[in-house]
Design a protein around this ligand. Structure first.
Ligand code: SF4
Length: 191
């Protein structure tokens, strides 16, 4: 994939259990409640079913920070990248990993939820780390060694995404990431 807005990519592989050190749903839901998307998008809380349990089969998490100048362009570019990565790894419904995109789903111009409809593209919609209760600022500081600079509801220079996966998929996934990230990539400074 050609990256047009991403200037640097930082990633770190951690145990899924270590990611759960930053699972702080009560605190994070407080932030979400003040967001204009709260309750209006199927990938934003509150949820009708518990999403976090769908991560039970996974062993590892790859946290990925896409850095550049414009958060919204980074968000879109990183989401396209993650969908491409899924395609490179076969059918996602049968795979041993799942991706978490940066921020809310933007596949439809207007989310089905706000129209009282079910999700229009359930195979494509992805949750974000924050929408399921992870404290992304703390993850960035502690895992990537980067501070998120917030302006109103979004960070300024970095879109943060993740991949949760089984151990058997880890080496192949990291290899695929490296082959598509090229010179943009560096590992998290807390490696
Ligand atoms: S795919 Fe469309 S309907 Fe589904 S969550 Fe995303 S924006 Fe909403």
């Amino acid at each position: 994939m050609q990256f047009n807005h991403t200037e640097e990519i930082i990633y770190k592989v951690i145990l899924k259990n270590d990611l759960f050190l930053y699972y702080k749903p009560n605190e994070v839901m407080g932030f979400c409640e003040s967001c204009p998307n709260y309750g209006k998008i199927w990938t934003c809380p509150p949820y009708e079913r518990e999403v976090i349990h769908t991560f039970n089969p996974f062993d590892y998490a790859i946290i990925i920070g896409f850095k550049g100048k414009d958060f919204f362009k980074l968000k879109k570019e990183s989401t396209v990248y993650l969908h491409e990565l899924e395609g490179m790894n076969g059918n996602v419904s049968e795979s041993n990993f799942t991706t978490l995109v940066a921020g809310n789903c933007e596949i439809c111009e207007s989310c089905g939820k706000s129209e009282g409809q079910p999700c229009l593209f359930p195979d494509l919609m992805r949750y974000s780390l924050e929408s399921v209760g992870f404290h992304v600022s703390e993850i960035c500081d502690a895992v990537l060694g980067e501070s998120l600079l917030w302006q109103t509801e979004h960070p300024k220079y970095m879109a943060v995404a993740g991949i949760l996966l089984e151990e058997k998929a880890l080496d192949a996934m990291v290899e695929k990431m490296h082959s598509s990230f090229g010179d943009l990539v560096r590992k998290g400074s807390h490696d």
